[in-house]
Ligand binder design. Sequence first.
Ligand code: HEC
Ligand code: HEC
Length: 396
Amino acid sequence: MHAYTNKLANSIFVTSVSFFSVFLLAIFFIVLTGCSGSNSSEDLAFDPKATFRFDTFGDEALWTDVLQWNKVITTVDPVTALSVGLKVDSEALPPGILDTADLTSPKTTLALLKLDAVVGIKATVEEDGTVSKFGVTCALCHSTVDNSVAPGIGKRLDGWPARDLNPGLIISLSPYFDDKPDQRAVLQSWGPGKYDPYWNMDGINDPVLIAPAYGLKDVALETYTGEGPVSFWNSYIAVTQMGGQGNFQNEHLNLNIQVAEDLVTPKLPALLAYQDSLDPPLPPRGSFDSAAAARGKVIFEGKATCASCHSGETFTDANSTLHDAFETGSDPLYATRGATGQYRTTPLKGVWQHPPYFHNGAHATLLDLVEHYDIVLATGLLNDEKSDLVEFLKSL
Ligand code: HEC
Ligand code: HEC
């Protein structure tokens, strides 16, 4: 499709990185071909919500041209799509359509895509049932639905991490990996809710949980390792992970990517505005014991010393400091891969919503986490105090 090799001479953009992986290859394709992913979404480029939900930043250059997911999708029925954690936005559906839809037919998937009803996916479906363009958006990993119609089908919940989405498995289904069984095996090892945003840079297989994109207003440093402000990370993930076309420079990662038409940078303010507007979800009514939570608050601030790091309104000291892995008994590996070498104290509002806990999901429940801290911080909490502390965390 693209005579990219002819344009090789023009490209001087990506410097000294490891080229073994599909994603960087994709950047190459994008850079070399100047393949424009422009589509109607550009009209919405600066609308914050639409950018987050529907903008692919031209990443069709990866998902269509390299991964050929435009072909894969024509074989995927809705039951299969839901089983890998894809979600259907019920508000995009005409009334009654699900009553007659055959959820075991790939044709239904195409009908849903035509309606823009598959969360985080943008596809152009042609008259003859082929898909000419396939791309993904931020909402793929950072939205879910409220399951109000059926499991996996409901109203969008933006900012909620897609913890049952299996991004590694989805990527691995591409025919691109047919002759790369080792890479396919890595992708398939991640499991639901996890993704490794550095694997294509350093080749280390150490996936982390998809983080919430809500509750970040007033948190100066984003990501588990506090790599930088929201827009830094948004740009990183759009360009180097999603395959979007944008400029991105970073010394630590030794990246200097420049494209002819930057479809990412001009949209960063809109993305930031939308993420800042996403408040953490309140705990469901009756989901915690308020008297116990009130006692737990005292323990959190006092005996358990949690508030020494989880401080202020957002429950993090990220605006002033980061922490070594040993301070919280975290697995140090992921920290060593970022530029800071440390972990950011995770903001805790809405923490009830997204088990498991810690960047790598080391602790299945809040009680497991409190037991872990009891050992690491030598808090000496009694069992009742531990459960009070858990009730407090559930109330945030
Ligand atoms: C393939 C899945 C995936 C996609 C698509 C994706 N992200 Fe993420 N995102 C992640 C993962 C995994 C992390 C955790 C990485 C970390 O914190 O080190 C993350 C972290 C973040 C964070 C940091 C949250 C925090 O706690 O500080 C923000 C903000 C964010 N993503 C925004 C976005 C935006 C905006 C887009 C679209 C441009 C996007 N993401 C696309 C997987 C994804
Ligand atoms: C030394 C600073 C420090 C102290 C003290 C501390 N934390 Fe943390 N907390 C962190 C850091 C850093 C992380 C991120 C660890 C990781 O992801 O590996 C974290 C993560 C968490 C998480 C996981 C959030 C998520 O979304 O995964 C919870 C919950 C939490 N802490 C609660 C507590 C409680 C309860 C206490 C007191 C018993 C406590 N913390 C004490 C720094 C601290």
